[in-house]
Design a protein around this ligand. Sequence first.
Ligand code: ADE
Ligand code: ZN
Length: 350
Amino acid sequence: MTTISNNKELRDFIIGLPKTELHLHIEGTLEPGMIFSLAQRNGVTLPYASEQALRDAYAFTDLQSFLDLYYAGAGVLLTEQDFHDMTIAYLKRAHADGARHVEIMFDPQTHTVRGVPIDTVFQGLASAARQARSQWGISSYFILSFLRHLSEEDAFATLEQALPLRKDYADLWIAIGLDSAERGNPPEKFARVYAKCRELGFRLVAHAGEEGPPDYVRDALDLLKVERIDHGVRSEEDPALMQRLAEMQMPLTVCPLSNLKLCVFDSMEQHNIARLLRQGLRVTVNSDDPAYFGGYLVDNYLAIAQSLDLGRDDLGVLARNSILASFLPDSDKQSLLNELDNYLAKHNVI
Ligand code: ADE
Ligand code: ZN
């Protein structure tokens, strides 16, 4: 009984923390219920008899075993309305979790390969982002992410398709990311397309050190010149890299429930986020693909708070890091930081 009420109290405290979410794949927010309803709406046949049968298949052994289902699930997305419905459902949930700002990754290649025009994807995401901003006050940026299991040539072609739309979505599409199967697809493979995106003025992030070695984190910094590392948890295996990440205050967008589900760690008690935090790294908490990994933003904070014995002061630092690591203008960051300070003071957290 006490535990339940403590959990509620802790959950409410986490919800109230002014914070952002910086590592979220919009295709990873497709809940089984929505996959089934979009499949029905679009006449797509699914190889699962029920939502429960689909959910039962979410027993992953590694990143690839998840990606196979994730790409199959995204196959129900065909129309602008589909992309809008998926995105507004996530933004409603993020708002309920107390996220003030989110930076959303999307994988255009997953859709264009099926014949979905890239402007359908942009338009559906953008109409939801703009609606959420006016309805709930939550702001969004988009991170167009290249699939690293495909070629750099394919990434260049995607960039070329997307660039004419930049003027219509200048308020939203501000960054480039790199995701999908990490092992065997090192950062080096995308050095030229990242150099081009940098020249074009995009902010840069990349997945590295999720399943791949610490060398991939170093190469993401040196060869891709990223400003944030998505995941990065395997950096811990390399003390010199750890020192570098701490010194430069390089943000890591850590996703605890994802790491657990994809067997990066055997249990939440063994997750290294608390150690990374103690060593002075700018770590943030995120949900990655919440529909597949069993929890949204607040669930991730709650899971590490409970399993790693983090205090409210630690949770405050994580929320602060999420604001500092965002691509928001400095003035917006400052007002969120002020709100966070007031919130922590009100809750007697120094
Ligand atoms: N795409 C969606 N989720 C991902 C993850 N956790 N790692 C790499 N690519 C992804
Ligand atoms: Zn990810």
